[in-house]
Design a binder for this molecule. Structure first.
Ligand SMILES: Cc1ncc(COP(=O)(O)O)c(C=O)c1O
Length: 325
């Protein structure tokens, strides 16, 4: 990062940013990519590209990041309203649900659907993988309805590693997609929005419009390039560590988690079912040096490039201690 060759990202001439964008486009099989500061910014620009009119609808699963954490941002920046579908415990919806949600408002002709948004892996349910054949089925329905698709692939490389499906194959089913180099892949900052050249040109305009042209961003993009090179090769280790952690927590606090439900790098433990308040568990784990957060009233733990086998053992020890107490 210290040695990164830099330019000015406003002008689009930062050589390291350009290299990162080219590499991202290559890996996702898209024509072009745009480097932005956050996953939220990448999604928001992506949604905006397809969005035709204020008050129009974006169809998404109810727990999707765009329809929850980003619901206010979507409304404020683009006037987006969501039509949501209720997914199963893995955050997945059936093709029938998608078909129904995409139904045109034939009689009244008032509810306009501009976009179908998908998420892989599904974050809120704990990093569950959307099967390629499901995505293909949604794509077919969207195409029949004349609706484009955006993929929130914040953790698409985790999905790729867990399923054995090349990331490119998932990306081929959508018009635009984004992924974060800042999550499991290990860079400190940054996300990439990927899609056709003409849309990415407009995306760059919107990025500048919202103040996202971050000058000598090559310093960060250099870390993004390393994350893209080394990250995917080691994500299977994160998944194995998450599974190990889940198995141990299941043993320590029976009923809190089904280790079989851990598909990638997230572990959600339901301590309330075992009689311990979630926030209390988080507080006590924190006091023992184990950082966790809350998700859907469960204790959320994530494995990533900075979490070693020893760290997992430390976390397991902390769980043992809080349960014994
Ligand atoms: C599925 C998903 N999409 C988008 C984002 C947004 O990324 P960022 O936090 O970089 O804005 C997140 C963040 O956790 C996420 O989990």
């Amino acid at each position: 990062m210290a040695e990164a060759e830099v330019g000015d990202d406003w002008y689009g001439d930062d050589p390291t940013v350009i290299r990162l964008q080219e590499r991202a486009a290559e890996l996702t099989g898209k024509e072009a990519a745009l480097y932005v500061a956050t996953g939220t910014m990448a999604n928001q620009i992506g949604l905006r590209l397809h969005f035709k009119g204020t008050g129009h609808l974006v169809v998404a699963e109810a727990g999707a990041h765009v329809a929850t954490t980003e619901v206010m941002t979507s409304a404020v920046l683009s006037g987006i309203v969501y039509r949501t579908m209720r997914g199963d415990a893995r955050g997945q919806v059936s093709a029938d649900q998608v078909g129904e949600a995409l139904q045109p408002d034939e009689y009244y002709d008032v509810e306009m659907i501009d976009l179908l948004a998908a998420e892989n892996t599904h974050g809120a349910t704990g990093g569950n993988v959307m099967a390629l054949e499901d995505l293909r089925a949604y794509r077919k329905l969207a195409q029949d309805a004349g609706v484009p698709m955006h993929l929130d692939g914040a953790r698409i490389f985790n999905a790729g590693v867990a399923s054995g499906v090349p990331v490119e194959d998932f990306c081929a089913e959508v018009d635009t997609m984004m992924f974060c180099v800042s999550k499991g892949l290990g860079a400190p900052i940054g996300s990439l929005l990927c899609g056709p050249v003409d849309l990415m040109r407009e995306a760059r305009r919107i990025k500048i419009l919202v103040g996202g042209a971050w000058r000598q961003a090559g310093i960060m993009a250099a870390a993004g390039l390393i994350a893209l090179e080394d990250g995917p090769k080691r994500l299977h280790e994160d998944h194995a560590r998450a599974r190990r952690l889940a198995e141990a927590v299941a043993e320590i606090l029976p009923g809190s988690i089904d280790p079989g439900s851990v598909e990638t790098n997230m572990v959600l433990a339901d301590t309330e079912r075992a009689g311990m308040a979630t926030l209390e568990a988080i507080r006590r784990l924190g006091a023992l040096g184990v950082g966790t957060t809350i998700q859907s009233r469960r204790v959320r733990m994530v494995t990533h490039v900075d979490i070693s086998d020893d760290d997992v053992e430390t976390a397991i020890g902390a769980w043992r201690e809080i349960v014994a107490a």
